[in-house]
Structures are given as structure tokens and as C-alpha cells.
Design a protein around this ligand. Structure first.
Ligand code: MF3
Ligand code: CO
Length: 254
């Protein structure tokens, strides 16, 4: 299950390619005056046009009271992850929005997220937050090679947070993926070098650093899905699905 065959890797590559295209399109449409529900509908149309199916829609998570009701997670400003797209959530100049999506193509799954600043009036501190979180994902991917461990990935991610003076949201992390949305192993966005589980050729992982300017503590909102920063600081989130190979990781959701 954890080690994917060549056929499975190829299926996951195809799923990732389509998801990369979907997210690029949706991110380009995250403009002032657009509702998060419009972005969701756009993602769903593109996924189905590509012969795939959304995997977040109706997803039943451990402990959640209700299935997730949408194709895309849209988390605006102090919403961290799993924000639910709504017609009344209209994007404004300077909003920071995370767009997270997963799809299944011929039974193979990819999961990816990007964060963007809407419009032109971006705050300088938010630009740093985006850059640091994105660099942390790249550092995590660089550490994701056979022989290293999940702790090496977490350590590499945490080092970038420190360098940018940002806070890791420690209650959320990455995971195995490919056949199910969430598979083992869990990958914390912090940790000690050499700790955790050993990475092997053929593992498929979704790495997803989530950073903030504030304390890092989160709470679940009344909708049962959206995680909010307790201190209402903004949060950023980037995620790629990768395949661990003998000579490093391959990003499938570019
Ligand atoms: N990338 C997110 C995660 O791995 C997406 C899950 S949304 C859900 O947790 F609705 F499917 F749960
Ligand atoms: Co994920």
C-alpha cells in the first residue's frame, strides 16, 4: 500500500498533472469580487472535464460530524485550512487565500494547495509569509529522499520557518496519499533530523507546510470544518504531491 508500483506511480503522475492545471486556473481566477463558491465550481467543472472526480467532496474525516461539502477548500485570511466555499465570501483586495484541492483519476489520487494574495494591495508581511511557506515546501521536498526520514522533512520545513521568523501551525501536517486521500505516514512540519519513519523509493507523500505570523494555535469553527487561527493572525499553506525515488523526489502536482 505504502510503496507504489510503476503502474500506480504513472496513474498518480497523471492525476497530479491534471490537478496542477486545475489549481493554476483556479488561482488565476482568485480576483477581487469573485466568490469562493465560484472558484469551487470552476475547480469541479475542470476536474470532471478532465475525466476525474473531486476527492474532498463528501469526504468523511475522523471525528467530523458532517462530510466535507465541496470540491475545493478556500481558506481566507485567519482561516487556516478546510474553509468551505460560499457565495457570500467575496474576495477583497489584499485577502490571503489558500486554495486546496484533491482529485481522483482512474482511482489514483493527488492533493495540492497554493496560497495567493488577491488584487494589488498586498501587505508586505503577507508577501513574506507566502514566500517563507513556499520555500519551506521546497525545502521539505529537497529533504524527501529514500534513506531520509519523516523527521528530516519536518526539520527542513521548520528551519525555513525560523529563518523567516514565522510560526509553524503544529497541529496540522502532511500525509501519505495516492490510493486514498490520507495514508500513512503522517508528516509533521517540524521535528528532529533522523527521527520518525524511514522514506523509501515508491512512497507517495503530500507535503503541506502551514505557517502564520502569530502564535500558531488553531480552533475549529462552528461549521465543523474550517480551522481558524485563535489569535486571528493570517496563515499560508502550500502543498504538493510527490513520489519518492532513488535519486530524490518527483513533484507530480506542478
Ligand atoms: N489537503 C487537505 C488535507 O490533506 C485537504 C483535506 S480536505 C477534506 O487535509 F475535506 F477532504 F478533508
Ligand atoms: Co493534504
Amino acid at each position: 500500500m505504502i510503496i507504489k508500483t510503476d503502474t500506480e506511480r504513472e496513474g498518480i503522475r497523471q492525476a497530479g498533472k491534471l490537478l496542477g492545471e486545475v489549481l493554476r486556473d483556479v488561482a488565476a481566477h482568485a480576483t477581487v469580487g469573485t466568490s469562493t463558491l465560484e472558484l469551487n465550481d470552476r475547480a469541479e467543472t475542470l476536474i470532471r472535464a478532465g475525466g476525474a472526480e473531486p476527492v474532498f467532496l463528501n469526504y468523511v474525516a475522523d471525528g467530523a460530524r458532517t462530510p466535507y461539502p465541496a470540491t475545493l477548500c478556500t481558506s481566507v485570511n485567519d482561516e487556516v485550512v478546510h474553509g468551505i466555499p460560499l457565495s457570500r465570501t467575496i474576495l477583497k483586495d489584499g485577502d490571503l487565500v489558500s486554495l486546496d484541492c484533491g482529485l481522483s483519476l482512474d482511482g489514483f489520487i493527488a492533493d495540492s494547495a497554493v496560497s495567493v494574495i488577491v488584487g494589488k494591495r498586498g501587505d508586505e508581511a503577507d508577501a513574506v509569509l507566502l514566500e517563507g511557506t513556499k520555500k519551506a515546501l521546497a525545502a521539505g521536498i529537497a529533504a524527501a529522499r529514500a534513506g531520509n526520514t519523516t523527521g528530516d522533512i519536518g526539520h527542513a520545513i521548520e528551519e525555513v520557518a525560523k529563518r523567516y521568523e514565522l510560526t509553524v501551525v503544529r497541529d496540522l501536517g502532511g500525509h501519505g496519499t495516492g490510493k486514498l486521500l490520507h495514508e500513512a505516514p503522517y508528516i509533521a512540519n517540524f521535528g528532529a533530523k533522523g527521527s520518525g519513519e524511514r522514506l523509501v523509493d515508491g512512497m507517495v507523500l503530500a507535503l503541506e507546510p502551514i505557517f502564520t505570523h502569530g502564535s500558531g494555535a488553531i480552533k475549529l469553527s462552528g461549521d465543523g470544518w474550517t480551522y481558524l487561527m485563535r489569535d486571528h493572525a493570517r496563515a499560508a499553506h502550500f502543498e504538493h504531491t510527490i513520489i519518492i525515488g532513488a535519486h530524490g523526489a518527483e513533484i507530480v502536482t506542478k
